[in-house]
Write a protein that binds this ligand. Structure first.
Ligand SMILES: Nc1nc2c(ncn2[C@@H]2O[C@H](COP(=O)(O)OP(=O)(O)O)[C@@H](O)[C@H]2O)c(=O)[nH]1
Ligand SMILES: [Mg+2]
Ligand SMILES: [Zn+2]
Length: 316
């Protein structure tokens, strides 16, 4: 009888599966499914098959070969379930898609009920960026201790009416922190919002020592002010999941959305989109505009419409 070897002596070693947790200039830290950490580079073949700067990003599921010294080579990248990207201006008025995070499950937008005063126009910009990427979004209304629940609801209930989950929390008093932790558990999230709203306090409340420089956003573009150069997924210990941190996410609220898809990024406008008199209607005052009719009828709020208008016209 002839013995068949299980594997030819020169067969490729078995591949390990894992998730990319950190990416910086050609080096990738992969957390393998068997709980190891491997510092990887890319197999040249991948560079040819996948073009652009987003060959492999944090959140990507990859298959790698590992060496004894803890280094490895990424051999394959799985198709992405979702990706969170932005449009970067390219040459001659063109646009280039820049992927920040793969397989992102949700964006949590943190605002304070007071101190600083919530700037809802800015909240709308974050939500539009999430919608454009077709990633689930939720609002976290922090510092309810400063204004009370009734006043907090008054500020944010419009978003609940649209269908966004709103978590009313106080990181300081520990109210709603468990629900916040539950939302993060087992998923890959981006936590974002303006400076001073309590993002760090909230994250530290669910995982002491978690030092994430969250995707903090300033109204102006301070390029080069941020010290982080690598993109990173910070694992959550208690319930699993991870929070994404990439320098590119800092300008989340300022991302450009193509004009023709902007209204679609306002979920309450979607159902009216086929009903305008002109099919290239920009909803700025054209006759028989279904969006303006919805504003007049109260199914789309004036504040949200104003956010749409300003985003379209690049105002403020
Ligand atoms: N009253 C109140 N203050 C808070 C709450 N959460 C955070 N803060 C305070 O708000 C300030 C900014 O918090 P921080 O976590 O650094 O905000 P970040 O810039 O969004 O990371 C700090 O002085 C916190 O102590 C809260 O729920 N209630
Ligand atoms: Mg912070
Ligand atoms: Zn219209």
């Amino acid at each position: 009888m002839k013995l068949v070897p299980l594997a030819a002596p020169d067969a490729a070693p078995p591949l390990l599966a894992g998730t990319v947790m950190r990416a910086r200039s050609g080096f990738y830290t992969v957390h393998t499914d068997n709980d190891g950490t491997v510092e990887c580079q890319l197999r040249g073949r991948i560079k040819q098959v996948r073009s652009g700067t987003d060959l492999v990003v944090i959140g990507d599921r990859v298959h790698l070969t590992a060496r004894r010294d803890g280094s490895g080579t990424i051999e394959e990248v799985e198709p992405r379930r979702s990706q969170f990207s932005r449009r970067q201006p390219g040459p001659r008025g063109s646009w280039k898609e820049d992927v920040m995070v793969a397989n992102l499950d949700q964006v949590l937008v943190v605002f304070a009920c007071a101190d600083p005063m919530p700037h809802l126009r800015m909240l709308d910009r974050f939500l539009v960026a999430a919608e454009h990427n077709e990633v689930e979004a939720a609002v976290v209304a922090n510092k309810i201790d400063l204004v009370g629940m009734a006043a907090a609801r008054k500020i944010f209930s419009g978003y609940e009416a649209i269908g966004y989950p709103v978590l009313y929390v106080s990181a300081r008093e520990g109210i709603g922190v468990e629900e916040f932790a539950d939302r993060l558990a087992g998923r890959i999230s981006v936590v974002t919002g303006p400076s001073g709203v309590g993002k760090s306090t909230l994250l530290n409340a669910i995982q002491p020592g978690l030092r994430i420089e969250t995707a903090e956003v300033s109204e102006s573009l301070h390029k080069g002010m941020h010290t982080t150069t690598s993109a990173e997924l910070h694992p959550l210990v208690a319930g699993g999941g991870a929070v994404a941190d990439t320098p590119g996410l800092r300008e989340l609220g300022l991302w450009q959305i193509p004009d023709e898809s902007l209204a679609w990024c306002f979920p309450e406008m979607r159902e009216h989109l086929g009903d305008c008199g002109f099919n290239d209607c920009r909803h700025l005052g054209e006759p028989r505009c279904a969006i303006l009719a919805a504003v007049a009828g109260g199914t789309v709020s004036e504040a949200r419409y104003e956010s749409y208008r300003r985003l379209l016209l690049n105002e403020d």
